[in-house]
Ligand binder design. Structure first.
Ligand code: ATP
Ligand code: MG
Ligand code: MG
Length: 537
């Protein structure tokens, strides 16, 4: 992982509590390997990395929070490792919550023995009601012996065992409901992707998190602000188990309009085949936004710009793509593409005999991007919309060539393609007027000589997967899926496009920025994904 240089506009004023000289700071990123990283996870990972490695010279831990065997898979774990590397994040140590199952089990025994936890078999719904209404469970005052015996039964995964869970004895009716005897252990007979069938009991996140943080020497546990209410129970566990102190530090969850940032829902979208996979350019995953054309430095800058804000806002994608545009503009070489079904053949009078080629800058301003070949001849094509806008004897500019005067316009009136009666241009004759001033024309059009290998390209545009700005928990996902999110326009491009590699970010003049998703192969079109720029169309 190479370090990305300092990000312009990122907020560097944020700090953690009580940092000393900074070298003792230990943060951790704790993903659950139950899906690919989305950009919300990227925020958490980048902030932890920022504090551990940039702001302070401390330590970053990566900990797979793998306590729920039903949802977790090796595939997801591998993808998380790759995506972190992609973001330039390198953890100093990697661990697994499941490495601590034995310790966690012992801490559970300890907390039961000290009278601070009990076994409960209250049915789920009743437990919820009791918790809501501040009513004590009937099992709350069971003896330590009974509690230990039931925990053993759970450990064996017997029919009796699966009926029980262990709850911390914090409070029955504290105004902070997170303190109302949270569940700390459950019985689950599933096979775990790392520990196999060794364990039939699994600790909850609430129990693991403070214990493993303390054991691993985490000094600052960064969590999204929805966890604020649970900070008190986190601190309760540290105290009850006489563990070392850890600070909690809250940051705002990242949310975007018309976007799901929940692995559970994203899994559903992938599993139902609504998108092509976790790296589909419409997915808000790290892979998805990259494939759409976001760069990692842009992602880092955007996220660190959100900084310490604790306000949870529904961000729009425009500001994200506007940040990205700043990063891609200086690296995007410029080429020409003309829509296939809108090509107008043009004869250029006054062009030099035969076929000429010239080397031109790939970008007039960023000449470091190198040169491309521009082919000139008397036979070119233009785009219909441009051709249809020309008036007889109008002076226009052919980009990268010079001025020309419109000498002849041939029309056909096609009532089907233009119901308004607008004429379709079937061919044009232009007379070069190279001494004309390109600054004085109002129309600067793209064109392609047909005396070169024109490269077939599919220009692909994407739309939001979701039709509602903010999905509410009661909304049915399927009712808000946008059925029409991909538009493909076939086009032809200049011969240089044959040499573009996968992942290259370019600009097609007057069409926008694109990322090459499939490079050219004879017989197969280049696939280019349109990269949003932050402007709404
Ligand atoms: P999801 O609901 O997508 O599964 P999660 O919180 O359950 O999210 P984890 O793998 O447990 O997923 O998350 C790893 C880290 O990423 C946690 O520290 C979590 O707080 C953080 N995180 C998850 N979603 C967001 C988000 N939208 N914005 C900021 N941080 C997030
Ligand atoms: Mg989680
Ligand atoms: Mg979740």
């Amino acid at each position: 992982g190479k370090k990305v240089e300092k990000d312009e506009g990122a907020n560097y004023d944020i700090g953690l509590q009580d940092v000393g000289d900074g070298t003792g700071i230990v943060t951790r990123f704790p993903p659950e390997p139950s899906g690919y990283l989305h950009i919300g996870h990227a925020k958490a990972a980048l902030l932890n990395d920022f504090f551990a490695h940039e702001k302070y010279k401390g330590t970053l831990l990566l900990r797979f929070d793998d306590t729920n065997p039903i949802k977790e898979k090796q595939e997801f774990q591998d993808a998380i490792v790759e995506d972190l590397a992609l973001m330039g994040i390198k953890a100093d140590k990697t661990s697994y919550t499941s490495d601590y199952f034995e310790e966690l089990y012992n801490y559970c025994i300890q907390i039961i023995k000290e009278g601070n936890a009990y076994a409960d078999d209250t049915l789920q719904e009743k437990m919820r009601d009791e918790r809501m209404n501040g009513i004590a469970s009937e099992r709350r005052d069971s003896s330590v012996e009974d509690n230990l015996a039931r925990f053993e039964e759970m450990k064996k995964g017997t029919q009796e065992g699966v009926r029980w869970c262990i709850r911390a004895k914090m409070s029955v009716d504290d105004p902070n409901k997170a303190l109302r005897d949270p569940v700390i252990y459950r019985c689950s007979p599933e096979t775990h992707h790392r520990t196999g069938d060794t364990w039939k009991i699994y600790p909850t996140y609430d129990f693991c998190c403070p214990i493993v943080d303390a054991i691993e020497g985490v000094t600052h546990a960064l969590r999204t602000t929805e966890y604020n209410d649970r900070d008190a129970q986190y601190q309760w566990f540290l105290k009850a188990l006489k563990l070392r102190h850890v600070y909690n530090w809250g940051f705002a969850r990242l949310n975007f309009v018309k976007t799901l940032l929940s692995k559970r829902k994203l899994t559903r979208i992938v599993d139902t085949g609504f998108v092509d996979g976790w790296d589909d350019p419409r997915m808000p995953t790290v892979r998805g936004v990259r494939r759409r054309g976001a760069t990692i430095p842009a992602l880092r800058e955007f996220i660190l710009k959100q900084g310490p804000s604790k306000n949870i806002v529904n961000l729009d994608w425009y500001s994200f793509w506007a940040t990205n545009k700043k990063h891609i503009d200086p690296i995007a070489a410029r080429y020409t593409a003309i829509a296939d079904n809108a090509k107008v053949p043009v004869t250029v009078v006054g062009a030099r005999e035969g076929v000429q080629t010239e080397e031109k800058d790939k970008h007039a301003k960023y000449t470091n991007l190198g040169k491309k070949k521009v082919v000139f001849s008397s036979s070119i094509i233009l785009e219909q919309a441009d051709a249809a806008s020309f008036a007889q004897d109008e002076e226009i500019t052919l980009m990268n060539w010079g001025n020309a005067i419109v000498r002849k316009i041939s029309h056909s009136i096609n009532p089907l393609s233009s119901p308004s009666g607008l004429k379709t241009v079937t061919s044009l004759e232009l007379e070069l007027h190279l001494q004309g001033d390109v600054k004085k024309t109002s129309k600067k059009v793209t064109w392609l000589s047909t005396d070169q290998e024109l490269i077939p390209v599919e220009l692909v545009e994407f739309d939001y997967l979701i039709t509602k700005d903010k999905l509410e928990p009661e909304d049915k996902l399927e009712e808000f899926l946008n059925p029409d999110t991909k538009t493909v326009t076939k086009a032809v491009a200049d011969c240089n496009v044959a040499g573009l590699g996968m992942d290259e970010i370019i600009q097609f003049d007057r069409k926008g920025y694109f990322r090459i998703d499939r490079a050219f192969k004879h017989g197969e079109a280049v696939v280019a994904f349109n990269i949003p720029t932050g402007k709404s169309k």
